[in-house]
Design a protein around this ligand. Structure first.
Ligand code: SAH
Ligand code: SF4
Ligand code: F3S
Length: 448
């Protein structure tokens, strides 16, 4: 078996895990290919956060069943959170499957693939010590490197499947992370994004998250550092201190709220009250002037009344987030909330979701309009997709606040910083005008 096709679903941690798997496979002499048709084995790295995520993967497995009927030697594997969540049940249910491997089984992936070629194989033990800290991921190109600093989660929010799919919280040693960041910088990555389910609770026994920010702020070649997702209860003054003193740490905080009602927050076991969250948000904005803040909210948690929902609407208006990821509650087997009777039907969840989407759209639009006429520092990502339809080629990149900026191609290279003046805005994109010194016109134009 030589050629492997890897397809990724879910959050950035899964994207980072796929890069880890790619590294493991290549070191074992295997080759990553771009299409399932060219592969000896396909692996789906899956997500279990909402039911919809699992349904998408089940649908995709149907397509691989077709492929396998034409190529019976094809190995089909499911990795990631859904593999861990459904475990051997997946092997029974989906006869197309040869391999089920959970998030702590990637170190032996080549061996597991070889075994799966002989008989259906499941590796779904959770390992509270596995961090893969010593393994080099094969990162995708681009200017941004995602670095997993912590695996698992110990918070057990009652709606959430992650503690069951990824196991107990554990942090990678600081020295491993500094080495990974140095390596990424040497490979040309200019922005580092630290990943963890509650990334700011990072602790390797000797160093906390503030230490990690400080240690990597000094790495030569790195221009910017970000992190996601911090948990409100772990947002210490030490982390805010580090954010204000480390010049490379960008002014953006993703601070999941989940609900604006204390009753619902308590039922979710989020471990903070709305008042505590409000105080924290004000403190972050005070310590980091100009900081952009984004959030996650769930509507329709069991027992969420119209009054609870109105509290979420009121807080959304008050908080004025730059952006928000909004979700309908999805009951997940294994979780505590799964045992609760659902009280909000799907139509009503849909109405609540749409109302928050519309509300946030308006707020994001106003905030983006506030950028008109200002200068932003952009880290160049590369040519913009929009460029295709546009009259002239365009570039896109991210501002310090993680806003997407698009401007006419001024020759700026990916991975460099550019100053751009904002001349237009939509709720999700800033349109800019390059402030680069224009190249002088050639004095002589040669014509044929
Ligand atoms: N660890 C991060 C979030 C991980 S999942 C944190 O605690 O902030 C990303 C988001 O998915 C969560 O913030 C939550 O808003 C949403 N989510 C998690 N479980 C969900 C469920 N069962 N139904 C709907 N949304 C859910
Ligand atoms: Fe899930 Fe809560 Fe852990 Fe986030 S903090 S991963 S929402 S259990
Ligand atoms: Fe991420 Fe989905 Fe797992 S959000 S941690 S891939 S359940």
């Amino acid at each position: 078996m030589k050629r492997v096709f890897l397809e990724t679903y879910g959050c950035q941690m899964n994207v980072a895990d796929s890069e880890l798997m790619a590294g493991v496979l290549e070191r074992a002499g295997m080759e990553l290919v771009e299409s399932a048709e060219d592969a000896d084995a396909v692996i789906l790295n899956t997500c279990a956060i909402r039911e919809h995520a699992e349904q998408r993967v089940l649908g995709r497995l149907g397509e691989f069943a077709n492929l396998k009927s034409r190529n019976p030697d094809l190995i089909v594997g499911v990795a990631g959170c859904m593999a861990q969540h459904l475990r051997a049940r997946l092997l029974d249910k989906k006869r197309v499957l040869d391999l089920v491997v959970g998030p702590d089984g990637y170190r032996n992936l080549p061996e597991l693939l070889r075994r799966a070629a002989q008989l259906p194989t499941a590796e779904v033990r959770l390992d509270r010590d596995e961090t893969y800290g010593d393994l080099e991921p094969k990162r995708h190109g681009g200017v941004r490197a995602w670095v997993t600093v912590q695996r698992g989660c110990d918070k057990f929010c009652t709606y959430c499947v992650v503690p069951y799919t990824r196991g107990r919280e554990r942090s990678l040693p600081l020295a491993d992370l500094v080495r990974q960041v140095e390596q990424a910088a040497a490979q040309g990555f200019r922005e580092i994004v630290f990943l963890g389910q509650t990334v700011n609770s990072y602790h390797d026994g000797a160093h906390d998250f503030a230490d990690l920010l400080r240690a990597t702020n000094d790495v030569h070649g790195v221009l910017r550092i970000r992190y996601t997702s911090p948990h409100p209860s772990d947002m210490s003054e030490r982390v805010l201190d580090a954010m204000t003193t480390c010049q490379k740490v960008m002014p953006h905080v993703h601070l999941p709220l989940q609900s604006g009602s204390d009753r619902v927050l308590a039922a979710m076991e989020r471990s903070y009250t709305l008042a505590q969250y409000r105080t924290l948000l004000a403190r972050i904005r005070q310590r980091i002037p100009g900081v952009a803040v984004s959030t996650d909210i769930i509507v329709g948690f069991p027992g969420e009344t119209l009054e609870d929902f109105a509290a979420t609407q009121a807080f959304l208006a008050e908080a004025r987030y730059d952006s928000a990821f909004l979700f309908k509650y999805s009951a997940r087997p294994d979780t505590k909330a799964y045992r609760l009777r659902e009280t909000v039907d799907d139509d009503e969840k849909g109405r609540r979701l749409q109302s928050l989407i519309d509300q946030q759209h308006g707020i994001s639009g106003e905030i983006m309009d506030g950028w008109l006429g200002r200068e932003v520092e952009v880290l160049v990502d590369g040519p913009s997709w929009r460029g295709k339809g546009a009259r002239e080629p365009q570039l896109h990149g991210k501002s310090r606040e993680f806003k997407t900026v698009v401007w006419s191609d001024d020759g700026a290279l990916p991975g460099t910083l550019r100053r751009v003046r904002v001349v237009g805005a939509t709720p999700v994109t800033l349109l800019g005008e390059s402030l680069a010194v224009p190249r002088p016109e050639p004095l002589v134009t040669l014509s044929a």
